[in-house]
Design a protein around this ligand. Structure first.
Ligand code: SF4
Length: 341
C-alpha cells in the first residue's frame, strides 16, 4: 500500500485544508485546572498564510501543539473539539494513521532549533533518516535529497554542510535546517511556532521571506504563531488574535491593521512603533494577562479594557460577526471600529 498516496487528499479540497473546531485544552495540575484553550476555531486554506497572534500564555502554541498531537498527557487533555485535515477528523483517526498524517502532511517548525534538532547527529543524517523511514529512500537518494533541501533553504555549500552538527550552524542557519527538515516530506500544511523570535531583525526578515517563497512555490498552507505584530504584518493574509485561550478578533490582515474591532487588538497596535505614528508615544496595554487557572468572568479582557461597562463583567461576548470575513468578541465592537473609522 502506498501510504504517502493514501495520506494525500485526492484533489485540493474546496474547503479549508486544516480546520480547528471548538477546541478545548486543559492542563490538570496539582494547583487546579488551567484552561489553556477555550473553544477556539480557526482554519487555513491551501496557499494561505494564517497568523495566530497573542501574548505568551494566550493559548496559541497550545492549540498548535494539540493539532500536532505533541501535548504531554498528563497534564494536558483535549477535552472537546475537532481538528480536520481535508475534511477528516484527525482526533478521531486511529493513532497510527494520525501519526503518519502529522509527520507527512502537517509539519511544524519550532522557535528553538537547537533543542528541536538532535545535537548528537549531523544534520545530513537527521534529514536522510527521516527520508529513509518515511519514504523508504536509499542512502544515496536520501543524501541527494538532503542536499537539495539544504540548497532550497539557501544554505551555502549545502553538500559540505551535511556532515556538520546543529551547534556548528548559526541561529539563522539552524532555523533554515529545521525548515528544510519540515519540508522534506512535502507537507501540505506548515505550522511555524515563533520561528524567528530568537533571531536578530535582519535574519528574521530573511527567514520570513524564505517561508513566504517556499509557501508560494508549493501552495502550502502556512500557520504562523507569533506574538510579534511586525512578523504578522510582513506575511499574513488573515489573522486571529488570541487572549486568555480564546479568539477575540479575526480579520484579513490589512483590515485588522487599518481598523481593529477589539480593544485588545487596538491596544496591541498602539503598543508597537509604526511608521505612520511619526514619533508619537507608545501606549502599552495596562495590567497583565490573566492567570488561566482563574480567568476573569464575562469578558476576560475586562480588567484591562478602557471600553468596559457593567455588562462586560456579567456576559462573555460571543465572536460577533462584524462583516463577511471578520469577527470580534467584544460587546462594543462598533464603538471600537468607529474610533478608528
Ligand atoms: Fe472591553 Fe467589554 Fe469589549 Fe471586553 S466586551 S473588550 S471588556 S468593551
Amino acid at each position: 500500500m502506498d501510504l504517502d498516496f493514501e495520506l494525500r487528499p485526492p484533489q485540493a479540497p474546496a474547503g479549508p485544508l486544516l480546520a480547528v473546531e471548538d477546541l478545548h485544552v486543559e492542563f490538570r495540575t496539582r494547583d487546579g485546572v488551567v484552561n489553556a484553550v477555550n473553544g477556539v476555531s480557526w482554519e487555513v486554506h491551501a496557499g494561505e498564510t494564517f497568523a495566530l497572534l497573542g501574548e505568551s500564555g494566550s493559548g496559541k502554541s497550545v492549540s498548535a501543539q494539540a493539532v500536532m498531537g505533541i501535548l504531554d498527557t498528563p497534564p494536558a487533555y483535549v477535552t472537546r473539539g475537532a481538528v480536520k485535515f481535508a475534511g477528516e477528523d484527525v482526533l478521531a483517526m486511529p493513532e497510527q494513521r494520525r501519526r503518519r498524517l502529522r509527520g507527512q502532511r502537517i509539519a511544524m517548525v519550532f522557535q528553538d532549533a537547537l533543542t528541536a534538532l538532535n545535537p548528537t547527529f549531523t544534520v545530513g543524517w537527521q534529514i536522510a533518516e527521516m527520508l529513509r523511514i518515511h519514504r523508504g529512500s536509499t542512502r544515496s537518494e536520501a543524501r541527494r535529497r538532503a542536499v537539495e533541501l539544504l540548497d532550497r533553504v539557501h544554505i551555502p555549500a549545502a553538500a559540505d554542510r551535511l556532515s556538520d552538527y546543529p551547534h556548528e550552524f548559526s541561529g539563522g542557519m539552524r532555523q533554515r535546517v529545521m525548515i528544510a527538515m519540515a519540508l522534506a516530506l512535502d507537507p501540505a500544511v506548515l505550522i511555524a511556532d515563533e520561528p524567528t523570535t530568537a533571531l536578530d531583525v535582519t535574519v528574521q526578515a530573511q527567514i520570513l521571506e524564505l517561508l513566504a517563497d517556499l509557501q508560494a512555490e508549493q501552495q502550502m498552507a502556512l500557520v504562523l504563531i507569533t506574538h510579534d505584530l511586525g512578523v504578522v504584518a510582513e506575511v499574513a493574509d488573515r489573522i486571529a488574535v488570541m487572549y486568555a485561550g480564546r479568539i477575540v478578533e479575526t480579520a484579513p490582515a490589512a483590515r485588522l491593521f487599518r481598523q481593529p474591532a477589539h480593544p485588545y487588538t487596538e491596544g496591541l497596535l498602539a503598543s508597537v512603533p509604526r511608521v505612520s505614528s511619526q514619533g508619537g508615544p507608545l501606549e502599552p496595554i495596562g495590567g497583565a494577562p490573566p492567570n488561566l487557572a482563574r480567568i476573569p468572568p464575562g469578558c476576560a479582557f475586562h480588567p484591562r479594557c478602557g471600553y468596559r461597562r457593567p455588562v462586560c463583567r456579567a456576559e462573555e461576548p460571543p465572536l460577533y460577526r462584524v462583516g463577511p470575513d471578520r469577527g470580534s468578541a467584544c460587546h462594543f465592537y462598533q464603538e471600537v471600529l468607529d474610533d478608528r473609522g
